[in-house]
Design a protein around this ligand. Sequence first.
Ligand SMILES: Cc1cc2nc3c(=O)[nH]c(=O)nc-3n(C[C@H](O)[C@H](O)[C@H](O)COP(=O)(O)OP(=O)(O)OC[C@H]3O[C@@H](n4cnc5c(N)ncnc54)[C@H](O)[C@@H]3O)c2cc1C
Ligand code: SF4
Length: 502
Amino acid sequence: MGDLTGFLKYDRALPPRRPVPVRLRDWKEVYEPFPPEAVRQQAARCMDCGIPFCHEGCPLGNLIPEWNDLVYRDDFTEASERLHATNNFPEFTGRLCPAPCEGSCVLGINAAPVTIERVEVEIAERAWSEGWVEPHPAAKATGKRVAIVGSGPAGLAAAQQLARAGHAVVVYERAERAGGLLRYGIPEFKMEKAVLDRRLRQLRDEGVVFRCGVSVGRPDPETAGACAPDVEVMAGGDLVGEHDAVVLAGGSTVPRDLAVPGRHLRGIHPAMEFLKPSNLVQEGTLTESPVSARGKHVVIIGGGDTGADCLGTAHRQGALSVHQLEILPEPPAERNPDNPWPTWPVILRTSSAHEEGGERLFAVATAELLDDGTGGVRGLRAHEVEMALDDAGRPAFVPVPGSTFELTCELVLLAMGFAGPERGGVVADLGLALDDRGNVSADTGWATNVPGVFVCGDMTRGQSLIVWAIAEGRSAAASVDRWLMGRTALPVPITPGQLALR
Ligand SMILES: Cc1cc2nc3c(=O)[nH]c(=O)nc-3n(C[C@H](O)[C@H](O)[C@H](O)COP(=O)(O)OP(=O)(O)OC[C@H]3O[C@@H](n4cnc5c(N)ncnc54)[C@H](O)[C@@H]3O)c2cc1C
Ligand code: SF4
């Protein structure tokens, strides 16, 4: 701990975000640069606690007090080493993680927590700009062949760990390009794709081979939007036959739907049917999105991260108005007594997209989507709801009498989360066992019921976060390595099904 009184001298601070009118005219990331002295002061707020609860809060077990101290001492080279020791992709988490570590920071008991996530991205970016992030190809090849299905953060982390352990790794990805939701879900204004591309170059230089536009198992037409248009199908059995081990990291792709009258109308889309083409336009693959918010009144159903990404995208595309509906009540500004430190604070969060406009409505449920007379949507009827217990004692949403209202909209985006992996495709091809939530079952060593086939990321955990996906990819890689070689030196940050601090 470099500065014993840093937490008394400096307030929590983040770099300023670019002015809203400026950033709405482009798709670039929203933050301005953070001066080095400001980063150092933020790192100096870390108290190097005897028991660093932030380690427990971070699924990767990032060595947060160590790199905070190194940043304070201006030793970014060593800070980068310590950061990469536990995290393959800190430039992703440093931009995109909701930072459960900060919810567990001891300083957060009576003050604003350390800006851990911001320090993380500053270390990562310094490492990239100084050329410290180099390929680490394995010294010796094992002669074992491993296939990874899916190139999101879980698949990429598993691929990098296994390639570094000396295995010949091929990543199969059914979309046009690698990256999973990092590329086609998350918009540029949260993470520019150049950040992803330079990391993919490192993986390629370490020997990882990417085969994009290849679906393992026939894709379900309901989610075919995730696939490249001319996708090649490879049978699951062939994949298993050609490799010594397979890691499934196909994500949680089935969108939750809304069973209300009018759902069939034109102009109503799951969020990914909106976000993916928008990202394809940004990367230059499409000239125009077939699902655009330009000149439309937009309603987003779902108040989470995906909804916020739709909001920022809709504003950049030129929406006339945007409403975001959330069925849960508005969270409090501060922790409630039943939500104490060091658990994840359930509080109102305002993302950069929320600063840019639109209206958030809490505790409302959609009752009906309204026809414009030509089969397109013209509006939405909704009502306020209250939480109550049903006859079986389960929480239920009860309509508030007399609270019905209508919103005009020509575009409705469904951002209510995901219900697990597709049950057809590779799951059916290989006869994979599912758990009671419909996710692919993993034993304590990330193995499925099919010998030599392992699973990680959202495909087994269910819809989650990038930090969990990386932690799962790293941990599954260790199991695969042990299965292939009889032993492993790869780290195991988490076990299957491990939960956040609660
Ligand atoms: C819009 C959106 C925004 C998000 N924002 C954030 C955020 O800001 N911060 C955060 O922490 N989390 C965020 N999340 C969640 C996060 O992106 C996911 O938890 C994470 O990407 C899961 O990683 P994964 O590798 O398991 O799967 P994914 O990233 O979903 O990748 C799975 C990949 O597998 C491919 N695939 C699937 N089946 C096959 C097959 N049969 N053959 C070949 N390829 C296949 C898919 O095309 C996909 O590319 C967001 C999610 C969404 C939808
Ligand atoms: S990965 Fe997320 S939880 Fe871990 S240190 Fe970084 S911001 Fe915190």
